[in-house]
Ligand binder design. Structure first.
Ligand code: ADP
Ligand code: MG
Length: 568
């Protein structure tokens, strides 16, 4: 049973300050979080008129005794933390001791509660911040919190609200979101007396994502990864099910629903192996880690978190997403499930074998996209597919069991070269081609400065050079993959190093090298090469060019027959 205390001044001052009760949905969030912290297994939410007339949350959790009820609505009253050091490892959703106080100040608040070991419950009433009374009351085990006439005493805040319809929609969304974070709990939501949403714990997170995204549940992929300290549970839609925005990508950190830029950018980088730019999956990614490794005391409404090991988290998330989309998705059809362990635990770090971040500060790559590579499964290649021709010298055509496949040769080639460059860079660096006649290049002051800053990385890419004048360098070697494209590519690489955001620099550099290398290769492929190319693309589960354009387009027989009037 909780034992509420008022936080001492020095702890209260350390808590991310700010108003958390902005609208009915924020009240619903705080009350549901309290019910979850009370270990409820069933939470019933009820609202009327968008939550403006009534918000009620009933739970079957541990309950509050009269001595706790008496103080629970006071500022900084909490049973969840005691000292500043508790802030370093928060295991509950709440910890600020501010929600009930903020709600009580702007509504008529009633709490009826009975701890499971008591025979009697108690009822507390607070009207716009003033205690009205505390009485003994019969009640089922658990807690019922009723919030009426929200913001009636602060008309300015009420005026800030949107229509009843919009506020209702926000509450509905909030309940679903919180259910995602606590999929082991049963939820129900009553809107103006009507059942609006019922979630049974047995449906699981996958079932819930299907409800939220309105995608067929059986199509959603589910994967778990465990590195010891970090666990990732991921439910994600395959590329056939996509959205034009990120609205159905949800993140949970230790059961807390968060909006986090780092997680989103790691996720999107991972998803780019299968989703072209502008297309996004539906997904829920739940990350669990020791509470000491994440700071949740960053945002008053607790939407944001800060990871102590940001790079580690970024890499794990990116690789988990990439892995879940890559090996099991075939261009043609799904074959039997293939199991593979993602070597999360011992991701070989580049730090021993490649330029350290300190040596080349401007090329700092927060993606760590360049840490160890996930070992790939065998190619899922279906022999009956065969190359049947080349269109406009650019597109390879294949007959497949399902229909016609059109492959963009340049994009596919570029993507394969990109993977090759990335892998070589990660291993020992790219093979060099020494120039028989070293080339002298004149560079701008800015380019020279960049060249110096990134010397270690450039050498790893295959470039060796020496000073040859105040603004000149003598190029001694270029990456062999580029040949005569090497010198102009160097200028392009230096441009990329300036124009790209820090986390994207290496990716952009690899992409521009891949593009140059593909241009160098030039000529139209033979049918034999077309067959090899498809095998490689398919085997590595690649779907987009380095810049996110799709590599292929599939037209199935059904579509062909429909268009030609053979079928309706
Ligand atoms: P916090 O959750 O940050 O501690 P709140 O103002 O939300 O602060 O709640 C104050 C305290 O009231 C909590 O610490 C908890 O002890 C108690 N409490 C609130 N809601 C419930 C509930 N539904 N069941 C049991 N205890 C609750
Ligand atoms: Mg709380």
């Amino acid at each position: 049973m909780p034992k509420i205390q008022i936080l001492p001044e020095e702890v209260a001052r350390k808590i991310a300050a700010g108003e958390v009760i902005e609208r009915p949905a924020s009240v619903v969030k705080e009350l549901i979080e309290n019910a979850l912290d009370a270990q409820a297994s069933k939470i019933e939410v009820q609202i009327e008129r968008g939550g403006l007339s009534l918000i009620q949350v009933r739970d079957d959790g541990c309950g509050l005794g009269p001595e706790d009820l008496e103080v629970c609505y006071l500022p900084h009253a909490t049973s969840k933390i005691r000292s500043v050091s508790d802030l370093m490892s928060i295991k509950t959703l709440g910890f600020r001791g501010e929600a009930l106080a903020s709600i009580a100040a702007v509504s008529r608040l009633t709490i009826i509660s009975r701890p499971k070991e008591s025979l009697w419950g108690a009822k507390l009433e607070v009207v716009f911040g003033k205690l009205k009374g505390l009485w003994e009351a019969g009640a089922p085990k658990g807690t019922l919190v009723r919030v009426e006439d929200l913001f009636v005493n602060v008309p300015a805040r009420r005026a800030f609200l949107k229509s009843v319809r919009v506020e209702t929609a926000r509450v509905v969304e909030m309940v679903k979101l919180l259910a995602l974070g606590a999929s082991q709990v049963n939820f129900s939501l009553l809107v103006d007396g009507r059942k609006h949403f019922v979630y049974q714990a047995a449906q699981g997170r996958r079932g819930l994502l299907a409800i939220l995204s309105q995608l067929p549940e059986k199509e959603l992929l589910e994967e778990c990864f465990d590195s010891g300290l970090y666990q990732i549970e991921l439910v994600i839609s395959p590329p056939a099910f996509k959205f034009s925005g990120t609205r159905h990508i949800y993140f949970l950190v230790n059961g807390r629903v968060v909006r986090d830029r780092l997680l989103m950018s790691a996720f999107l980088q991972g998803a780019s192996v299968a989703f072209p730019k502008g297309q996004y999956p539906a997904a829920v990614l739940a990350l669990n880690l020791p509470p000491e490794l994440v700071d949740v005391n960053v945002h008053p409404a607790k939407w944001e978190v800060r990871f102590r090991e940001e790079k580690e988290v970024f890499t794990l998330v990116r690789r988990a997403v990439e892995h879940s989309l890559r090996p099991k998705v075939s261009i043609f059809s799904r074959t039997e499930e293939q199991e593979e362990d993602l070597p999360l635990a011992s991701s070989p770090s580049l730090s021993e074998s490649s330029p350290s971040f300190e040596e080349a500060p401007d090329l700092r790559d927060t993606s760590s996209a360049f840490l160890g590579k996930v070992s790939e499964t065998q190619a899922i290649y279906r022999p009956p597919s065969r190359p049947i021709g080349v269109l406009a010298q650019k597109y390879l055509l294949y007959e497949t069991p399902q229909g016609l496949l059109i492959l963009d040769f340049h994009a596919a080639h570029e993507r394969l070269l990109y993977e090759k460059i990335k892998a070589a860079y990660e291993a020992e660096g790219l093979p060099k081609q020494h120039l028989l006649f070293p080339q002298v290049m004149t560079l701008s002051a800015k380019a020279l400065e960049r060249l110096e800053n990134h010397k270690v990385i450039l050498e790893r890419l295959g470039y060796r050079f020496e000073p040859a004048g105040p603004q000149e360098i003598r190029l001694l070697s270029v990456p062999s993959i580029l040949g005569e494209e090497g010198p102009p590519a160097l200028l392009e690489i230096l441009e990329k190093a300036l124009a790209s955001p820090p986390g994207e620099i290496l990716k952009e550099v690899f992409a521009s090298m891949a593009c140059r290398a593909a241009i160098k290769a030039g000529q139209e492929p033979t049918l034999k090469e077309a067959e090899e190319l498809l095998k490689e693309i398919e085997g590595q589960g690649l779907f987009t060019c380095p810049h996110g354009r799709p590599i292929f387009w599939k037209i199935d027989y059904h579509e062909i027959e429909k268009r030609l009037g053979r079928k309706t």
